[in-house]
Design a protein around this ligand. Sequence first.
Ligand code: BJW
Length: 250
Amino acid sequence: MPPAFPLQPDVIPPRSGSIVILTGAGISKESGLETFRDAGGIWSQVRLEDVATPEAFARDPVRVHAFYNMRRARHRTMDIKPNAAHHAVVKLQQAWPGGVTVVTQNVDTLHDEAGTKDLIHMHGTYAQARCNFCDAVVPRLGDLSVTDICASCGKDKGMRPNVVWFGEMPLHMERITAALRDCALFISIGTSGSVYPAAGFVTMVKRSADAHTVELNLEPSQGATLFAEAHYGPATQIVPAYVESLLQSL
Ligand code: BJW
């Protein structure tokens, strides 16, 4: 089916060139999940200092668990499913000869559910729990609580969502840096470009690789001027359209 939203890319990378896609909360918005910094978003409802730092967890773990239990339950019970943008990313990955690595800042599991391969959850996922004492990671789809006991080390009070909070080191940075260093095309989808190190990837790519850079977003992000090309509109329209236009070049 032709894309409902035709779109002409400025530059088509060589078919043997690899692609890195960075995604943020905007790609999951039309699936029914909230973004952080848009009007009415998560950070307008709760202070990040109260729920998204290791200090917050040390001070009030019950509150932090309630925040993530609520988001996990919303995903589970509100029939949240991957949308056309998540599926378009998979389509590109299946067809692009040079390979596509997907780096997501999102802690939801919509890319996984869409069938994305070579997927890096740089901020972890709320579908896993991690022990603060021994670092054991286990799947967790239901609620977490301070009374949970780690199956590996047997301690209580240490199980936390396996997500990266402010002040913590994002995950898999070596793998991400290697993918960015080699890529021919960097595509940023639905992220405000306000949280580092992800916000700096576009600059890293321009410095280390002779890569083309594209922003796909509802509106210009904080880092919009850093990108060579941009297309604006809802992710469910512009991502499938952009992917179709790349695939037509093959
Ligand atoms: C649509 C759409 C639609 C809407 N279609 N688009 C001072 C200067 C520089 C850096 C720092 C500083 N002080 C502290 C730092 C470091 C700090 C940081 O960046 N702070 C900034 C706030 C300044 N970063 C860290 O602490 C990170 N760690 C770190 O830096 O370690 C040291 C290190 C050193 C060297 C190398 C590597 C590391 C850790 C950051 C952890 C972020 N954690 C969170 C919470 C995770 C768990 C959870 O989800 O609860 O991650 S914060 C939150 O922001 C979440 C997100 O992943 C992240 C990014 O948000 P995102 O995805 O961009 O969402 P929004 O809401 O901001 O934007 C949505 C976008 O979608 C918008 O643009 C919309 O327009 C668009 N949109 N609808 C298309 N339908």
